[in-house]
Design a protein around this ligand. Sequence first.
Ligand SMILES: [Zn+2]
Length: 690
Amino acid sequence: MTEATSKVQARHLKRNAYLYVRQSTLRQVFENTESTRRQYDLRQRAISLGWRPDQVVVIDTDLGQSGASAVDREGFQHLVTEVSLGRAGVVMGLEVSRLARNSTDWHRLLEICALADTLILDEDGIYDPAHFNDRLLLGLKGTMSEAELHVLRARLRGGILNKARRGELEIRLPIGFVYDSEGGVRLDPDARVQQNVRQLFRTFQRTGSAIATVRAFRDQGLKFPRRIYQGPNKGDVAWGELDHSRALWILHHPRYAGAFSFGRSRMRKHPDGRIVYKRLAPEEWTALIRDAHEGYISWDEFEQNKLRLRENAHALGDEREKGPPREGPALLQGLVICAVCGERMTIRYHQRGALLQPDYLCQRHGISHAQPICQQIPGGTIDEAIGKLLVETVSSRTLEVALQVQRELESRSAEAERLRQHEVERARYESELARHRYMRVDPDNRLVADSLEAEWNQALRALGEAKERYDKQRQTDDASVTDEQRAAIIALAKDFPRLWSDPRTPQRERKRMARLLIADVTLLRGTELRAQVRFNGGATHALTLPLPKPAWALRQTSSEVVSEIDRLLDHHTDAEIAKLLNDRGMTSGEGKHFTRLKVRKVRIAYDLKDRFSRLRARGLLTLDEIAARLNVCSVTIKQWRRAGLLQAHRFEDRGQYLFEPPGPDAPVKHRWKMRRKSNASLTTSNALNP
Ligand SMILES: [Zn+2]
């Protein structure tokens, strides 16, 4: 006590004594009242050291919370604050190092205590963190406490992992499975549960998408089972709507393919206390044991489903994957890639007449960076050209050749397959051997048992790897086609052109066929349209197409009509030309009759000189000009024109005439009078001579 009293000084006693009471879980709070009592005993010690009872502050807000990180613990934070403000003369706790469950928190508290001249008191004694020896001791206590926690956790986890690797760990089963009395996994004996799980897989098989599966369940009013894991009805099956996340979860769960798996995701705690789960790739799983029990689907089906889901997932991997075929008419939906930037192009439709016309556009980058879109390509002509290409390519002859090559490859790969099969067999034999050895050893002989277990694990891993290699290789080789499939393919090939052009074939089916054959189409818009078609299987084909005309160009008057108008303008007015063109059955770009105004529009649009300017260019004269030339007044000219003495062209829209330049026989005022007389005499003589 002399040591303790020498450390406690008047300056410490002036400040408060903080008693930090810590329990980690609610269960401990209930069961471990003993330690709570001990913690409150510390209060008495503080009082015996000279603090007044009203100076002892109890911090126990953390009751019921785990101490693994400082964020969760308000009480601990409060304590640190009080110490750093210099209000604490002593900090008390049962095994003080457990105040903080990780070393960083603990060392920080020590640091602050040393600076604020605060003592630390636990059941073993009183420490002054400012003293080197005490500090060393406290630091050690913290480290030990953390190490203990770690060892405890590792021991627990290690046991679980070992069991998991052997596939013996009993974990919660997904709906549709139950444990039998021997601890084996069986399909749920409830026929209705089984049926509905099977229905989910069948529906997915048919529709190819999780959302469509959910929709089908909803449309048919089907319920999906769910096991209750908590509460009074624990263990019962509840029936409810199937939702998307649940369907996805089931489709991704290896159990349904009869496989035991463990460690498919990793949990990580963020500094702010958030918990984040990350899904791992199969090769990172802790354990995967195929054919561990009966399943609802085969492993191959499981893999295929996963592949399909991945393809459906637009969000995954830069949207570079294809989406499922949707209803719109664009044939290449989800297959088009921009040749400029490599992004997958999206579709926008626009109405043209009664038809929906697709445009393929690359806009993702543009949207996210607020820039103009990268490429926009009218889709109609491309779709048409690709359709033609497919019909040409998929003739039965080309397919037959392909199938022949296939057969050749198959026979070669069969040999290699046998060799790999042997390898797997050997690995299996070795793992069996290791298992026997392990089983036979006396479990009390820990040293031997441990090393044999390690050996067995090693053998199992080797077997897993050999199997994986085998399956992987087989998958690449296993483009092998059965005779039946071969016949079906040939039949399809013969049928393909008919099916393709049949108007009753829904566009969605055409899209599906295109997807079967085409991996992707890369588009580049330059002076013309270049499309690089990559077929499934690696063959490529380049297409070059003229750029389709923009909408205004399609409504344009054809060049023949324009040149005809140009020709006719030499001799005719707009109104006359309109009539002439209509008589010949020519139509405007929009397919309509010509009118004077329409001819005028074309004339102006193509910068054709009108009839008036053409005649002026030829030297024809206006009224005033010819009047000046002939040295008469304009009224006289008008009279002469009416009398047919002057050649003139009438321009109704201008209300004007143009006159041919007068020749040597042009009328003069005097001669005209004479002529008029002679005309008159002629008339008279006619009248006189009936
Ligand atoms: Zn682009």
